[in-house]
Design a protein around this ligand. Structure first.
Ligand SMILES: N[C@H](CCC[C@H](N)C(=O)O)C(=O)O
Length: 271
């Protein structure tokens, strides 16, 4: 089975051609191939399949094999895969996902992709849970997948040293029967914020496109930032813009890392 590994702002996935490869159990394959010691290693696996309504359909799996309905970094990488790898030289590539069709504009040198993420849906502007005896307030936002956004106080210091255990506990809190992606956010200016993300099904990732959009939604609604904002994450910077017509756009880099065969050809032939 041939795979390509790509990353969008450090959020890495294994991409497989769902038309060519016969994959009977994608959940189990996602778990094995994503393992960072016993597999190729990634935040998850994305199948690129044919679509009746778009240039392709993307099926996304988290590292634990669970299905994700949207992936802002993944959808940009899928467009780049079609553009550079499959030579589909269209400036705008439409990708069908479980949460609708998203159009990706492949920017000039194709190193960057700008995707229309749709309209954020506010599920609860002030959701309160109790954690270790303390009340914690968060905004619940759907970007086609669920997010809980929590603002961190400015005195919390360097975001590289934030304790992510809180986010892990919230992600599997009983209020969220399907789990939730968690963003810890520190706004530092009207046009900039830092976030760290705990993804349901994949633990902490270096970046999350839909998470950046959810965090921007909460910050904008709260009057903390303007409608165009840079979102700094461990893996780099994404740019989010919430247009006045309600549509949100996400821009960032997407790169090829490597390609290969899984399992290793030697193993398959018994050589
Ligand atoms: N990293 C992805 C989101 C994955 C979300 C997934 N963990 C879920 O179960 O919803 C992104 O760039 O948007």
């Amino acid at each position: 089975m041939h795979f390509v590994k790509m990353e969008g702002c450090g959020n890495d996935y294994i991409y497989l051609d769902g038309e060519k490869e016969a994959i009977s159990n994608p959940q189990a394959l996602a778990r094995k191939i994503s393992d960072r010691h016993f597999g190729v290693g990634a935040d998850g696996m994305i199948l690129i399949c044919p679509s009746d309504m778009a240039d392709c359909r993307m099926e996304m799996y988290n590292a634990d094999g669970s299905r994700g309905s949207m992936c802002g970094n993944g959808v940009r990488c899928v467009a780049r895969y079609l553009y550079d790898y499959k030579q589909i030289k269209k400036q705008e590539i439409a990708v069908e996902t479980d949460s609708g069709i998203h159009t990706v504009r492949v920017l000039k040198d194709s190193e960057k992709g700008k995707v229309s993420m749709g309209r954020p849906v506010i599920l609860d502007q002030s959701h309160i849970i109790s954690l270790e005896g303390q009340k914690l307030e968060m905004m619940l936002v759907s970007m086609g997948n669920p997010h809980a956004v929590i603002f961190m106080p400015p005195e919390e210091g360097s975001f590289k040293t934030w304790d992510m255990r809180r986010a892990a506990v919230i992600s599997s809190h009983s209020d969220f029967s399907d789990g939730v992606n968690v963003e810890l956010v520190q706004v530092y200016s009207e046009t900039g914020m830092k976030i760290r993300v705990w993804e349901r099904g994949s633990k902490e990732t270096l970046s999350c496109g839909s998470g950046a959009c959810a965090a921007a939604t909460a910050a904008i609604l709260d009057g903390r930032t303007k409608r165009k904002v840079n979102v700094e994450m461990l893996g780099g910077m994404l740019e989010v813009e919430w247009k006045s017509d309600g549509e949100m756009y996400l821009t960032g880099s997407c790169h090829f890392i490597c390609e290969g065969d899984y399992p290793c050809i030697l193993q398959e032939t018994g050589a």
